[in-house]
Unconditional design. Structure first.
Length: 129
């Protein structure tokens, strides 16, 4: 998903105009860059933390020539995912694994049950099969 697609998705989900969402997204990213550049962190509980990390100068190797080169010190942006974000991704992985098992067992009932639980939909698999 690129920025334009993100703006469209958020505008649709929030009922706001694309222009308003674009303005908010631009302001948000500008503030994140400004804060992290100043050496501070931004923590969005459940989502993650934006911060910076200093990398010391080091010796590297040019992969084309094999020559030794000096890599200067730098400051790198870092993002550390929060627990809720990680859990949401891992829940999808578990659902996928369970669905693969259900397909292998050639029974769709477990698959329907798993997806209905994750999506919060009442399951009526006994009526569907």
């Amino acid at each position: 998903m690129n920025k334009t697609e993100l703006i469209a998705a958020v505008a649709e989900a929030s009922g706001k105009s694309k222009a308003d969402v674009k303005d908010v997204l631009d302001a948000l990213t500008a503030q994140i860059v400004k804060t992290v550049k100043a050496g501070d962190e931004i923590t969005l509980v459940g989502f993650g933390t934006f911060k910076s990390a200093k990398r010391e100068a080091r010796t590297g190797r040019n992969p084309a020539t094999g020559a030794t080169i000096q890599i200067p010190a730098s400051v790198q942006p870092k993002f550390v995912a929060g627990k809720q974000f990680k859990d949401a991704l891992n829940r999808l992985c578990r659902v996928f694994e369970l669905s693969k098992k259900a397909v292998k067992s050639s029974s769709l009932r477990p698959l329907i049950f798993v997806f209905s639980c994750v999506l919060g939909i009442p399951h009526f698999s006994h009526r569907l099969i």
